[in-house]
Structure formats: structure tokens, C-alpha cells
Write a protein that binds this ligand. Structure first.
Ligand code: MSP
Length: 543
């Protein structure tokens, strides 16, 4: 058998000082979608996510809660691990930076750069933002605020090991020029280039043990622990098997793609690329940085209490609908706005009206007119048949092109062009009228056959985005083939769903949501919490 091509996709590893929110869900859903898509394209995929457990931010949160940092990590890691199956996300690996396998790789790399002379001892004097876990030089900090997140920064001076990042400045610029796709989108790549051109400084890569206990030891100096970003970035090597499984590493690493949010692009391109260059490892093939979600137009924050909680959302809405919304609503790379109203609209129009109805109509008509059996397509084609078939072929081709660029929203538009066209085909061919006339049986069979083929194609294309929904469609269409054996384009060819296959009408894929009722429920919920608050206040004042 021909050896399959590799594809390695990662999400950032998430801090364990906080529970999962929409940002975590977004990147991980996008990565899961790409992993599923690439598998359908015949790739051997490694998809990884995990948690970032060291550093000052976690240490401080743990201290506030009066627990050990590892205890905090052990609790919060479950919130992430348990969320992924709820969102129909299936990573191949989940890495925690407190695992032995990771510590070993970090120390190995630190040693390697030290032995090469690219890490040296010096003194750090400047600012530090705990929220971003970022060092800032004096010249960039105004009014004691982090230039990135605006939160207060701390000033300190201590002995520190530095990585000679400045040495790699020209090589880094050359690399980005030679590999135009290594940073996406283009606009963010240009920002990074401009940043590098202003000049790179050497990067502090340790903290003294006296100021921070919670980190991986510098292998040859127990007075120092490794900087949390130096540690965290290496997770991508750990998962790929660096220094552990050479065969695995050589297979996956050259195809590495990191999905991240826009706020952590500099760490992932400047620090990470130069660290790898110093270690004689090729930088990842691509770093794609996506935009941020706001909530009803406002920045999400814990203090405002407007953070979208994926656990809560999936209690209210179907997980696949949430996945669909996140990838359909915005262009991957740009910022966008989340609102329940928009989500409900997408569910009602795209999922219930367009897709759900198409399935229920097709399956119901196959049952009524053809005894549940997909019929043989006899007789000559009519205009609408040819049009539908050609559109399906075009949409599959365009879908592939868009997915290869991670243009999720356009790829979904392609699928929905076919969904809507197929619904229109029903209206044009009027099978319920054909069904009344025995002499039109051949034509009716042809129409039902075409509907089934179109739905089969749609269901395979939809699978990476909405895996549970695709399975439901396959069940109703009578498709028994295992997903591991499916491929695009092979399984998106006209005629793939064979005559004689028995359909099984089932439940509505997406029941419509009455948004007025939802608004009412929301109103009632708010009223209830207000009442509770008032009651508490009353109790307090009485005491
Ligand atoms: N631990 C680091 C990553 C290390 S990777 C080697 C980290 N962790 S995080 O838990 O803060 O992850 C945040 C991720 O969520 C980032 O990719 C960030 O861009 C993303 N988002 C945080 N809020 C977001 C939105 N409101 N919308 C979309 N993504 C957002 O950073």
C-alpha cells in the first residue's frame, strides 16, 4: 500500500488558571475540523491539544485558592478533557506540561541551546506581565501597563539566562520570505515582519527559583526555572515525538500546522521559530492566527460576566450547531461577534430549514414512493438533473480548494449552495405530483435517486464540521460504510449511494427554535437570579 501523507495539527495548550471559554472551544473545533477533513483526504493525521500548567499565572491562582499548583492543574485539566467529547472533538494526543515526557524534551532542548552557546547567563532588568507571561523592556512600557493586554506589569531585576534571539533575526526574516505561507493571514504576517525589522533583543528564558518555584528546572542550575513560554512552545515537539520517537517525529514534524489566536502570534513565530532554528529543527509549516470573538459587540471578560461558556451553550444548543455557527459566522482570521440570536438564526434557517428539511423530505419521499429503497435511475436525464449533478461536482472541487486554505466559512457556503439548490430541485421536479401518476414512475425514480446522491455528497462534506450530524444523516440514508474508509473526492461522486439501499426515516435533524420562547426563558432566568440576589441582600441587611 502506498504510504499516506502526514498532517500534524495543533491548538495552543491552554492555561489551567481558568475554565474553558469560547476562545478555547473555537480553536479546538477548527483544529478538529481540519483533522477530520484531512483524514477524509487520505492523510495520516496527528491532532493534538493540551494544557499549559507552569508559570507565575498558575502559581498565583493556586496560591489565591490555597492549593498547590499541581492540584489546581489536576482539577482544571478535567474541565478541558471532559469538554472535548461534548463538542464532538477527538484529539489524538493531549499533552500536559507537567508530564515527565514533556519535561525531558524541554530540558533536552535547553541543554542543546546552552551547549551550542545560544543560551548565556546575564541579568534581566525590566517589566513582566503575568497575564500574558511576557517580558517587556523599559522602552515599551507606559504607565506600568502591558503594551498587549493593558493590565498592570511588575518591574524586577534578577539573574537570568538569555537566549540569543537577536542572532537569528536575519535568518528569521529570510525564512519568512522564503516560505510565504508560514504565517497566516497575510496581514498578520506583515505585522510580524515589521516587528522583526525593528530589531530583536535576546530573550530571557528563565526565572530565579527565589521568585518562581513553579516551573521546569534548568538542567544544570537548580537556582533557575525555565520561562513558561520556552517550556510551553516545546509541547509541539513533545507530541511529535522529538527525542523520543525519531521515526514519528520525522514523519509528522515537517507537516506541522499550529492554530492559535492573534494575541499569541509573536510568541509562536518570533520566539518559537528562532528557538527551533537554534536547535537545527525546521520551523512549522504554518502558523495560522485567528481573530477574537466579542459578546454582543463587547470584549468578553470575567469581570463583565459575559464570557461564553461552552458547557452552558451545549446544554442549550446542539454541539454540532455550535460548531457550525463558529466556523460559518466568520472568516477564519477575522474578529466577530457572538450572540445567541445569531446562533438561533443559523440553526433555524441553515440547519433546520435548509439541511434538516432536505433530509426529511428526501427520506420521507423515498419511503412513500419507493418502499424505502433508493431507486434505479432509468431513462434520460432532464435539464434539472444535469444542472444539479454539475453543481455538485463544482461544489466539491471548490470545497476542497477552500478547505485547503482553511476558509471554513466559504467551504460551508459551498455546501449550502448545493443544499439550497437541491431543495430547489425538489420544488422544480415536484415528486409528489409525479407520484400520483403511475406513468411517471421512471421520472419519479430518477428524481429520488438524484436527491439521495446529492444528500450523500452533502453529508460527507458536512462531516468535518458536524460529525454527529453526518452520522445521523448516514443512518437515515442507509449508509453503512465506516468513516475510516471514506474519502473525498471518492465518496462525493454521483452514484456512490447505490440503488437498493434502504433509507430509515428518523428524527428531525435540527428542530426549529422558537426565539421568542427562548427570549422569554432568558428573561425568566434573569428575573429569577435578580430575585435571588435581592433575597440575599435582604438577608444580609437583616443580619
Ligand atoms: N498557554 C498559552 C498558549 C501556549 S501555546 C504554546 C495561552 N493559553 S490561553 O488559555 O490563554 O489560551 C488562549 C487561547 O484562546 C489563545 O489562542 C487566544 O487567542 C484564544 N482566545 C482567548 N479569548 C478569545 C476570544 N474571545 N475569541 C477567540 N479566541 C480567544 O495563551
Amino acid at each position: 500500500m502506498e504510504k499516506r501523507k502526514a498532517y500534524y495539527i495543533t491548538t495552543p495548550i491552554y492555561y489551567v488558571n481558568d475554565v474553558p471559554h469560547i476562545g478555547h472551544a473555537y480553536t479546538t473545533i477548527a483544529a478538529d475540523t481540519m483533522a477530520r477533513y484531512k483524514r477524509l483526504r487520505g492523510f495520516d493525521v496527528l491532532f493534538a491539544t493540551g494544557t499549559d500548567e507552569h508559570g507565575q499565572k498558575i502559581a498565583k491562582s493556586a496560591e489565591k485558592m490555597g492549593v498547590e499548583p499541581l492540584e489546581l492543574a489536576n482539577q482544571v485539566v478535567l474541565k478541558f478533557k471532559n469538554l472535548w467529547p461534548i463538542l464532538n472533538i477527538k484529539p489524538d494526543d493531549f499533552v500536559r506540561t507537567t508530564e515527565k515526557r514533556h519535561e525531558q524534551v524541554v530540558q533536552k532542548l535547553f541543554n542543546r541551546l546552552y551547549e551550542k552557546g545560544d543560551i548565556y547567563k546575564g541579568e534581566y532588568e525590566g517589566w513582566y506581565c503575568v497575564a500574558c507571561e511576557a517580558f517587556w523592556p523599559e522602552s515599551q512600557v507606559e504607565e506600568n501597563k502591558c503594551p498587549d493586554c493593558g493590565r498592570p506589569v511588575e518591574k524586577f531585576k534578577e539573574e537570568s539566562y538569555f537566549f540569543k534571539m537577536s542572532k537569528y533575526q536575519d535568518r528569521l526574516l529570510q525564512h519568512i520570505k522564503d516560505h510565504p505561507d508560514c504565517i497566516k493571514p497575510e496581514s498578520r504576517k506583515n505585522e510580524i515582519i515589521r516587528f522583526i525589522e525593528r530589531g530583536l533583543r535576546d530573550q530571557s528564558v528563565t526565572r530565579t527559583r527565589a521568585s518562581l518555584e513553579w516551573g521546569i528546572d534548568v538542567p544544570f542550575d537548580s537556582e533557575h526555572v525555565i520561562y513558561v513560554w520556552f517550556d510551553a512552545l516545546i509541547n509541539y515537539l513533545t507530541v511529535a515525538g522529538y527525542g523520543i520517537d525519531e521515526k514519528k517525529f520525522n514523519f509528522y514534524w515537517p507537516e506541522a500546522v499550529h492554530l492559535i489566536g492573534k494575541d499569541i502570534l509573536r510568541f509562536h513565530t518570533i520566539i518559537w521559530f528562532t528557538m527551533l532554528m537554534a536547535a537545527d529543527i525546521a520551523p512549522p509549516k504554518m502558523v495560522f492566527s485567528h481573530g477574537w470573538w466579542t459578546m454582543e459587540g463587547e470584549k468578553m471578560s470575567k469581570s463583565k460576566g459575559n464570557v461564553v461558556d461552552p458547557y452552558q451553550i451545549t446544554e442549550e444548543f446542539d454541539a454540532d450547531a455550535f460548531r457550525y455557527f463558529l466556523l460559518r459566522e466568520l472568516c477564519f482570521g477575522q474578529d466577530g461577534n457572538f450572540s445567541k440570536k445569531l446562533l438561533i438564526q443559523r440553526i433555524n434557517y441553515d440547519l433546520a430549514n435548509d439541511l434538516g428539511n432536505l433530509l426529511s423530505r428526501t427520506v420521507a419521499m423515498t419511503k412513500i414512493f419507493c418502499d424505502r429503497k433508493i431507486p434505479e435511475p432509468l431513462g434520460k436525464d432532464e435539464k434539472y438533473d444535469v444542472e444539479l449533478r454539475e453543481l455538485a461536482k463544482d461544489m466539491v472541487e471548490q470545497f476542497i480548494q477552500e478547505m485547503d486554505q482553511m476558509s471554513f466559512n466559504v467551504a460551508l457556503e459551498n455546501i449550502w449552495t448545493l443544499v439550497r439548490r437541491t431543495n430547489k430541485y425538489i420544488d422544480q421536479t415536484e415528486p409528489w405530483i409525479l407520484g400520483r401518476d403511475e406513468s411517471k414512475k421512471e421520472r419519479l425514480n430518477k428524481v429520488i435517486f438524484h436527491l439521495a446522491q446529492s444528500l450523500q455528497i452533502i453529508s460527507v462534506l458536512v462531516y468535518p464540521f458536524m460529525p454527529a450530524t453526518a452520522l445521523k444523516i448516514w443512518k437515515q440514508l442507509g449508509i453503512e460504510e465506516a468513516i475510516e474508509n471514506m474519502l473525498i473526492p471518492e465518496d462525493t461522486k454521483w452514484g456512490k449511494l447505490k440503488p437498493g439501499t434502504m433509507v430509515s426515516p428518523g428524527e428531525n435533524l435540527f428542530p426549529r427554535i422558537d426565539d421568542k420562547k427562548k427570549d422569554g426563558q432568558e428573561h425568566a432566568r434573569k428575573k429569577k437570579t435578580l430575585k435571588k440576589k435581592k433575597l440575599k441582600l435582604n438577608l444580609k441587611s437583616k443580619n
